[in-house]
Design a protein around this ligand. Structure first.
Ligand code: AMP
Ligand code: TRP
Length: 337
């Protein structure tokens, strides 16, 4: 049997951005060759930012469409919407009783997000968010979780919880998952503020490259990316974050190493590199964008992929939950062994 991979994204925008794509999706697609893959659109997680109902519904489908357009193959992998598999919320509750307050309180993403919205705007779901994420992962006896650098701490919590369950409830309760974080692309930075990560919810839209964006706008954003004033094309994350980020993106899409690119652009200006990179990015994203549009324009076809994915996911999740409910001492319900 192949080892299993699980990963997910939140439907919090009308388009994924290049960081989601390079940091995560590219790995998801690759891992299908060697792993049994399960990928989810985590709509319950997205509720923590209280979206408008219609917006959430639209973004959930649009996010799934982009997985498929990027090369997640529904013939080989499961693609489903988190809320279609109720075991996620159920296991999250169980795991919350194994999570210390202090442990949950140390999550830096919670601290950042709650600081941004203030105490009055912070809901408890934002606090317990990483526990739901652990439930997503542990339900499927996941071996490997491909994510970007920003998820490292959440993955550590999932591992700690898995080990705790195995200690308290007996070996074989759950599989302890490993993070799969590809260093070179684990953090793609904002084009305007290259010390901040590129994000779906960035302050300035000029700083992001969106998968579904109009190619002209993509090119414009790349050409107006912030770079330093010394105009030497070299990779130095600390001293030259802007050009280093562009080199990272260029290398990931074009296949040439960063060293090779630096050599090829020796003596040239930032402008040259930006013009070429804009072409590379547009050419790369155009077929993905077209393919995503096809999925978006045939919602029945998309929904049927998601329906089949959810049915199969429930088969696996139900068994894991039943095993854990039994081990913690819950009396089995009729129809649930
Ligand atoms: P999110 O948009 O927070 O749901 O993230 C979905 C996936 O994309 C996660 O695995 C993130 O770690 C990854 N990701 C998000 N932003 C970036 C970025 N700027 N660079 C690399 N990976 C990212
Ligand atoms: N928290 C992740 C993010 O914001 C999304 C996520 C939810 C996830 N559940 C997951 C990622 C399980 C990997 C595995 O990016």
């Amino acid at each position: 049997m192949k080892p299993r991979v699980f990963s997910a994204m939140q439907p919090t925008s009308d388009s994924l951005q290049l960081g989601n794509y390079l940091g995560a999706l590219v790995q998801w697609v690759k891992l299908q060759d060697t792993h049994e893959a399960i990928y989810s659109v985590v709509d319950l997680h997205a509720l923590t930012v209280t979206p408008e109902p219609e917006t959430l519904r639209r973004r959930t489908r649009v996010t799934a469409a982009q997985y498929l357009a990027a090369g997640v193959d529904p013939e080989r992998s499961l693609v489903f919407v988190q809320s279609h598999v109720p075991e996620h919320a159920e296991l999250a509750w169980l795991l919350s009783t194994y999570t210390g307050m202090g442990e949950a309180g140390r999550m830096t993403q919670f601290k950042d997000k709650s600081a941004k919205v203030g105490e009055a705007g912070t809901n408890v779901g934002l606090f317990t968010y990483p526990i739901l994420m652990a439930a997503d992962i542990l339900l499927y006896d996941t071996d490997l979780v491909p994510v970007g650098e920003d998820q490292r701490q959440h993955l550590e919590l999932s591992r700690d919880l898995a080990e705790r369950l195995n200690t308290r409830l007996g070996e074989g309760s759950v599989v302890v998952p490993d993070a799969h974080i590809v260093k070179a692309v684990a953090k793609i930075y904002d084009l305007q503020e290259p010390t901040k990560k590129m994000s779906k919810t960035a302050t300035s839209p000029k700083g992001t490259i969106e998968i579904l964006q109009d190619p002209k706008q993509v090119a414009k954003n790349i050409k107006s990316a912030a770079t330093d004033s010394d105009s030497v094309i070299a990779f130095d994350r600390e001293a030259k974050p802007g050009i280093s980020n562009l080199l990272t993106i260029y290398s990931a899409l074009d296949g040439r190493s960063v060293e090779q690119l630096v050599a090829d652009y020796e003596g040239k200006m930032y402008g040259h590199l930006k013009v070429d990179l804009a072409d590379v990015v547009v050419e790369y994203l155009t077929p993905i964008r077209d393919n995503a549009m096809e999925w978006i324009e045939s919602p029945e076809r998309l929904d049927s992929v998601l329906e089949e994915g959810a049915a199969k996911a429930r088969g696996i999740a139900g068994q894991t939950l039943a095993r854990l409910y039994d081990r913690v001492g819950l009396v089995p319900a009729a129809g649930r062994r």
